[in-house]
Design a protein around this ligand. Sequence first.
Ligand SMILES: [Zn+2]
Length: 365
Amino acid sequence: MKNDIIVSTTDVLQDYTIQEYCGYIDASSTIGSGFLTDFTSSWTDVVGAKSKSIENKLHIIKQDVINKLCEKAKRMRCNAIIGLNVDVDEISSGQRMIFMITAVGTAVKCKKMDGENVDQNVSSNYLKQKIIKIPMYKSKLAKIKKKCIDKDPAGSTEFNEIIEELISDEVCEFVEKEFMECLTEAILYNKLDWIHENTVEVLESFDVQKLSTVFFECMLDLSQDTKRILEFRKTFSYKRFCEFFASILSLNDILSYMQKGNDYFSVIIVYQLLKEFKKYYTEEDLNTLEQIKSILQTKYWNGNLDISNLLSNDRICICGNVLKNGDTCTCGEKQSISYTTYCDKIAVVNHLDALISELKEYFKK
Ligand SMILES: [Zn+2]
C-alpha cells in the first residue's frame, strides 16, 4: 500500500521541520519458520527450509511490522516516524525456530520547509481539478461494466485504457467501488488479464480498509447469483484475484465477512482466501480461526453426514437435511446448497481443524 508516513532511521528529516514529538512507539510480531504461506502443503517439513526462503519471509514480516508501526503513527495523527529500528531475534525452542520482529521509532508531526512548501492555492486548485473529473470517471466505469455484462469485447480494451487514465490523473482512490465492480465483471467474462501490473497499481493506491470493504461488497453481491459465482470460479483470473486479496486482507476482515454472508460463495471464497493467505499466522489468529470455523458450522452444517452416501445431484437444506431428487425439506426452508458446495464446506472446516491444532501445538511452547 502507498504509505503516506515518512519513515526514517535517522533522527532528522532533510527538508522537513519537526513540529511535535508524539512519543516512542513500537510494534512486533512473531513467526515460526515452519509456517508456510500455503497451508495445503505439509506444515512440518519446513524446519530445514532453505535460508533464502526464510529470508524472504522475514522481509515480508518486517514490512508488515513497519506497516503496523505506521498505522500507530497515523492514529496519533502523526505523519512521520524517525529513529526507526527493526530488530529480529531468534528465539529457538527445541527443534523449532521462532522469530520475533520488533520495530521501534518516534512518532512526530512534521512539515515541509518553506522553500519546498506547496503553495496553498496551488494545492487546492490541484485538488479541484481532480474532483471535477471524478463523476466523469464514475460514469465511464459504469459504461464499461455494462459492456462487460453484455459481453461486448470493447469493454476489455476500454477497461485497460481507463486504468492508464486513472493512474495518470491520480484519481484511483475516489472511484474504488466503481472500479471494483468493473473489475469483477471484466474478470467474470474472462476478457481481462486482471493481474496486469496496472490493475495492481490501481488497487494498491486504495486505502486498505476501503479496499477490503469494496472487495467484500462485490463478493456479497456476486453471491446473490449462483450461476455467476460458478462462472467466476471458472475464470482464469480467479486464483490470482484471491491471491492478491489474501495478501492484503486480515483474518478479521474474513471473519466479519463470514458474519454477514455465511453461505454459498462465502465458503468458496473463504476457502480460497485461507489457502492463499500470504501472512503468517500468529497466536492471536487462533481465536479468529476458531470463530471462522464455528460460523462455517452453522448453516447447512450436518456434522454426522456421511458424504460417501451422497449423490452428486443431492442438495443439502439450510437445516442440514439431505434432499433427494429436488425435494423440498420438511423443515419448510427453501434454501439449499449443492453436494459440491457442501463438500467444499467440509474441506474448509477440515483444513481449519488441521491448521488450528497445528498452531496450538506450535504455540504451546
Ligand atoms: Zn430443512
